[in-house]
Design a protein around this ligand. Structure first.
Ligand code: SF4
Length: 442
């Protein structure tokens, strides 16, 4: 009998962006435990699978910084020192959790509560304003499957899926054929609202080139005109009134519209008030037709992090356990604000790289205090950590659950084993919880 060299795993879920494509096929060299081929994924998804293969960039053993250089240690030693740092800390920050699975996120909540620390995820620097707005005014939304089958008008507002969610267009929103949209792209009208002439704008039917930071004014102008108000301005946010009238006609005449919005809306001036207004506009359009709204979530399981944190604590991010119960106050307990005020004295970063995208002044303060990184490969954060706990890639080297951007939970598949001594994020956090409890005498 010929020995099987390649194992093909079907219906693999891509653990990269919030689209969570679930139709990948991955070939694995069984003997060498290597990903050798990925089919159906986009370039960034494919790259993530290949980056799980052993390389000089991959951590395979626990490391501790000793006189400025990392030395390998046993898991017992690494967990003991990491737990010691956390147990002695007065205000530890636990941050990240967007690129790992729900079971690990749940353990992160348990550890933060045990420590009386701060618990935060990457929503505090991306779609936190979306959560705030949804808490304020609710949200009329649906699933990507519904949009695929029904939507004939798609608006990308402040998002550029050609780069950030490449297969979203082919699977759910632009080129795909749906049950009621049999002609695919020809059955859909695509609008992009963006100050930049993005690649998504270049393949749209209509580009509304709004002035930077003036989305709020444009949306409220549309809302007023929808109600029949005659505005005396000739332009709103750089868009001529006549063009806005044409846009409103398109919005009212569609059968089923959807707004997909991104960080162009959440992180520009007005922040959560932008989203609040976008949701209200969506709701008001339902006086004329069917209209819904969905955020384009970036990291593949940031929706899961918000969901798991909420079902455990009542809040989606920026949570403080220092009084023994969860308190929520973005701006006070969000990571960047805490770090800018230099209010933390140790940190545990799980599956995230804040050093690459936080403001430099906050990163300086992050590096000033003991830093533990749970991470599969080299990042600016992990390279500046005091302890590195090497993790398996969730969704490639272990199973778990993740929530797609539309809140649909999907089971991640394992395609290969993790190299070296890597453990899963969940296993690492379980070990830390046990050790911290032991040190705290619980
Ligand atoms: S669109 Fe996102 S989930 Fe789909 S293959 Fe690309 S990176 Fe992965």
């Amino acid at each position: 009998m010929v020995e099987k060299k390649i194992n093909t795993v079907y219906d693999v879920v891509c653990p990269f962006c919030g689209t969570l494509c679930d139709d990948l096929e991955v070939d694995v060299n069984i003997k060498e435990n290597l990903v050798v081929e990925v089919r159906n994924a986009c370039q960034i998804g494919t790259k993530k699978f290949f980056s799980s293969n052993p390389s000089p960039h991959r951590y395979e053993k626990p490391l501790i910084k000793d006189n400025g250089t990392f030395k390998e240690v046993s898991w017992d030693e690494a967990i003991d020192i990491a737990a010691d740092i956390l147990a002695k800390s007065k205000r530890p920050l636990l941050y990240g959790f967007a690129s790992t699975e729900c079971e690990a996120q749940s353990k992160g909540v348990e550890l933060a509560e045990t420590l009386g620390g701060i618990l935060d995820n990457t929503a505090s620097v991306c779609h936190g304003p979306t959560l705030l707005a949804e808490q304020d005014v609710g949200v009329p939304t649906s699933t990507l499957g519904e949009y695929k089958n029904r939507a004939d008008l798609i608006i990308f507002w402040g998002s550029n899926p050609v780069h950030a969610h490449p297969r979203h267009l082919g699977r759910y929103s632009q080129f795909v054929r749906g049950y009621f949209r049999k002609d695919g792209r020809n059955d859909r009208f695509i609008i992009v609202v963006d100050p930049r002439n993005t690649h998504t704008a270049q393949i749209a039917d209509l580009h509304i080139q709004v002035n930077p930071n003036e989305d709020y004014e444009l949306m409220n102008g549309i809302r007023a005109m929808l109600r029949g108000v005659e505005l005396d301005a000739k332009m709103i946010s750089g868009i001529p009134i006549e063009k806005i009238k044409e846009l409103i006609k398109i919005l009212k005449e569609c059968k089923y519209g959807v707004i997909f919005f991104g960080m162009g809306l959440t992180q520009s001036l007005a922040h959560h008030r932008n989203i609040d207004t976008a949701i209200c506009l969506t709701r008001e359009l339902n006086d004329y037709t069917k209209f819904l709204i969905t955020p384009m979530r970036g990291h593949y399981n940031i929706t899961g992090a918000n969901t798991v944190f909420t079902w455990n604590t009542g809040y989606g991010y920026s949570i403080d356990f220092s009084r023994g119960y969860p308190r929520y106050n973005p701006g006070e307990f969000s990571s960047v604000d805490l770090l800018m005020r230099d209010e933390i004295d140790a940190s545990l970063i799980v599956a995230s790289d804040p050093a690459s995208n936080f403001p430099a002044a906050s990163v300086k303060n992050l590096f000033k205090h003991p830093l533990i990184s749970v991470e599969p490969h080299h990042t600016p954060t992990s390279e500046n950590a005091d302890i590195i706990l090497p993790a398996a890639f969730a969704g490639i080297e272990c199973e778990g659950t993740a929530y797609r951007m539309d809140h649909v939970p999907i089971r991640l598949r394992k395609v290969k084993d993790a190299p070296g001594e890597c453990l899963t994020d969940r296993e690492i956090l379980e070990k830390l919880i046990l050790k911290v409890k032991e040190k705290l005498g619980e």
